[in-house]
Design a protein around this ligand. Structure first.
Ligand code: NAD
Length: 287
């Protein structure tokens, strides 16, 4: 994060902000695997699911960040637990190992693919290795977590479970300079539908799409966006991030976490193959 946007840091989730749902499967025998659990939306989701009583296994490269997640779970007096497993999602072996580790903790029913990275450049300058990295983290890894987790979900007594994927408004439309991210998010919405199509209705899949959320991934792209567009950092926030939304407020990570909790719960048994588009009016309105 640069000094100019240092004030843009998300508050830590508190218990009062977390949606708690009375669901028979939200208990410590049930395991949720959450990728990207060391920061931002993934961290808030891990804390929210542990607060809902689940055993949460986190997958992230950032071990120190997952230590913070464990502290936040404790601060919330969560009835569930959090175990971080250092995982590089670009490694097929690591992805398999973390799914196995999650399955060892109890009944693996839920996978939440949240980890993500961003890179800002026009296509003609876009480094190919960055393209590959973004596809690996945000598309290949979710495919692999689903591939390895589905047999565990199907092996539970009732086969109830879900693979949830973090998409974006950028899974619905394109802006400039984010070709790898936008392509991966469109693909992830497609993968979500494929998982739902192969499920029998008890194994569901859904995605969550939001606009701009106050996290390091968002704050860290302000300077790059300003450079590529030739505008000030303030204009990036006001015009690029919030300009098209009707709701002129950044979303907080815990608000996204609550969507995942609701989507995984029994209240959402008809949410299958679909996208929860919570974008403050970004996609469907035009001023
Ligand atoms: P963040 O940077 O706060 O967190 C991303 C996490 O992913 C980090 O903990 C990072 O270590 C982890 N990660 C990155 N590469 C990894 C790898 N190779 N292996 C394991 N872990 C890895 O970002 P965030 O804003 O919380 O983003 C989370 C997700 O939400 C992303 O998929 C992003 O595309 C999506 N999203 C974010 C916004 C936003 O405005 N912040 C909006 C829409 C969608």
């Amino acid at each position: 994060m640069t000094d100019s946007n240092a004030e843009l840091s998300a508050p830590e989730p508190t218990r009062e902000e977390i949606l708690e749902i009375d669901d028979p499967r939200f208990e410590d025998g049930t395991v949720a695997l959450v990728t990207g659990a060391a920061s931002g939306i993934g961290q808030a989701t891990a804390v929210a699911l542990a607060t809902n009583g689940l055993t949460v296994v986190g997958a992230d490269v950032d071990e120190a960040g997952m230590g913070e997640t464990a502290d936040l779970v404790e601060d919330c007096n969560a009835p569930g637990t959090f175990h971080g497993v250092e995982t590089d999602l670009t490694s097929d072996e690591d992805v398999k190992a973390v799914v196995d580790a999650a399955a060892d903790e109890g009944e693996l029913r839920y996978v939440v693919n949240i980890a993500g990275v961003q890179h800002i450049n026009p296509i003609r300058k876009f480094p190919t290795e960055k393209w590959d990295l973004l596809q690996d983290v945000m598309l290949r890894a979710p495919f692999l977590t689903a591939k390895h987790a589905i047999p565990h979900i199907e092996a539970t007594d009732d086969g109830v479970g879900a693979v949830a994927n973090m998409a974006s408004v950028h899974g619905h439309y394109a802006t400039k300079d984010k070709a790898a991210y936008i392509t991966a998010k469109h693909g992830l919405i497609g993968l979500t539908r494929c998982i739902a199509a192969e499920g029998d209705g008890s194994l569901r899949s859904f995605s969550v799409s939001v606009g701009y959320v106050l996290t390091p991934l968002m704050a860290n792209q302000i300077a790059d966006q300003a450079r590529e567009r030739g505008i000030s950092e303030e204009e990036v926030v006001e015009d690029v991030f919030l300009g098209q939304a009707r709701t002129k407020e950044m979303m907080m990570p815990v608000e996204v976490a609550n969507l995942f909790t609701f989507g995984l719960s029994g209240h959402s048994k008809h949410l299958n193959g679909a996208d929860m588009l919570w974008d403050g009016g970004y996609t469907h309105t035009y001023e």
